[in-house]
Design a binder for this molecule. Structure first.
Ligand code: FES
Length: 115
C-alpha cells in the first residue's frame, strides 16, 4: 500500500489530484472515514478530468466532473451518469484508511508505456 496523504487534509465534497510518478490520482472524500481513488483520466477521450483541483467537482460538490465536456461521475463508484461517456467508469484504485492516513494499492495503477 502506498501512503498518499493524511485523511484530515481532505474535505468532503472536494477532490484532490496527487501525482505518482507519471500518473495523477484523484482522491475524493465521501464520508468521515471514506475516501475513493480514481485515475485522473476521463473515459471519453482519455484526458484528465481537470488540470486543477478546483475543476474536479460539479458546482454542487456532489459529482466528479470532467472539465472538458462536463461528464459527471458518482464519487463512490466512478460511474458516469451524464455526458458523452454515459455508463462508462473511471479507473478505480483500491483505497483504505490506516491510522488516519490514506493509502492506495500501487499495483492497480497503470504501468508506464515502454517505447
Ligand atoms: S473528455 Fe471528458 S467528457 Fe469529454
Amino acid at each position: 500500500m502506498l501512503p498518499l496523504c493524511e485523511l484530515d487534509t481532505l474535505e468532503t465534497g472536494r477532490a484532490r489530484r496527487v501525482l505518482i510518478g507519471s500518473v495523477t490520482v484523484l482522491l475524493v472524500r465521501t464520508g468521515p472515514d471514506t475516501v475513493h481513488a480514481y485515475l485522473n483520466r476521463c473515459p471519453h477521450l482519455g484526458i484528465p478530468l481537470g488540470w486543477q483541483d478546483s475543476q474536479l467537482m460539479s458546482p454542487d460538490g456532489v459529482y466528479l466532473q470532467c472539465s472538458t465536456h462536463g461528464a459527471q461521475f458518482v464519487t463512490t463508484t466512478g460511474e458516469c451518469i451524464s455526458g458523452p461517456c454515459l455508463g462508462d467508469q473511471l479507473w478505480s484504485i483500491s483505497c483504505t484508511i490506516v491510522d488516519r492516513h490514506v493509502l492506495i494499492e500501487e499495483h492497480e495503477l497503470p504501468t508506464p508505456k515502454r517505447t
